[in-house]
Design a binder for this molecule. Structure first.
Ligand code: CMX
Length: 136
């Protein structure tokens, strides 16, 4: 695995949280994107080399909605950049980690992603991210 690609933060309202994080990080939201397949609205901020993804649930069925209901707003996942997501998924599976999808799936910000269940990863929801070669 390479660097941390981003940190995902669950928020109740992406506009309110966007303003808060813009002040906190002294930068601007540079991209807002709805990921229909994950039932989330996302907003991205860059602070130096660090990327933050704000996540608002767009449906009560969303993983983010359940997370906020149980734990409140806060850090939801850590995403690591990988060069070869299928190889990394095979490696983690062989090591006994529980993958939440069998194949890489399209995620926000032109990435192919796979999530690792927090129960198998020390209580942290981990995301693998690879640039999606099919998108510009
Ligand atoms: N971080 C740490 N622990 C988490 C968690 C998170 N983000 N989300 C849930 N958990 C915990 C729950 O609190 C629960 O703990 P306890 O058993 O101790 O109470 C445990 O994980 C298991 O929960 P579960 O009932 O099996 O499953 P949930 O319905 O809570 O779903 C998860 C958890 C991880 C399977 C689900 O959130 C998921 O599939 N996530 C991957 C997809 C996703 O998060 N999409 C949104 C982001 C998309 C994007 O970044 O673009």
């Amino acid at each position: 695995m390479n660097k941390i690609e981003h940190i995902g933060i669950a928020v109740k309202d992406i506009k309110t949280a966007g303003s808060l994080y813009e002040k906190l990080l002294n930068t601007s939201v540079y991209k807002v994107e709805e990921v229909a397949s994950e039932f989330v609205k996302t907003a991205f901020l860059q602070a130096g080399p660090n990327k933050i993804e704000l996540l608002e649930a767009s449906s009560l069925d969303s993983a983010v909605s359940k997370f906020i209901e149980k734990k409140g707003e806060g850090i939801h996942h850590i995403a690591f950049e990988v060069d070869d997501i299928e190889a990394e998924m095979a490696r983690l599976k062989a090591e006994g980690f529980i993958l939440l999808n069998d194949k890489p799936k399209p995620g926000a910000d032109n990435k192919l992603v796979c999530f690792v269940h927090p129960k198998s990863a020390g209580g942290v929801l981990v995301e693998l991210c690879q640039e999606n070669p099919l998108t510009p």
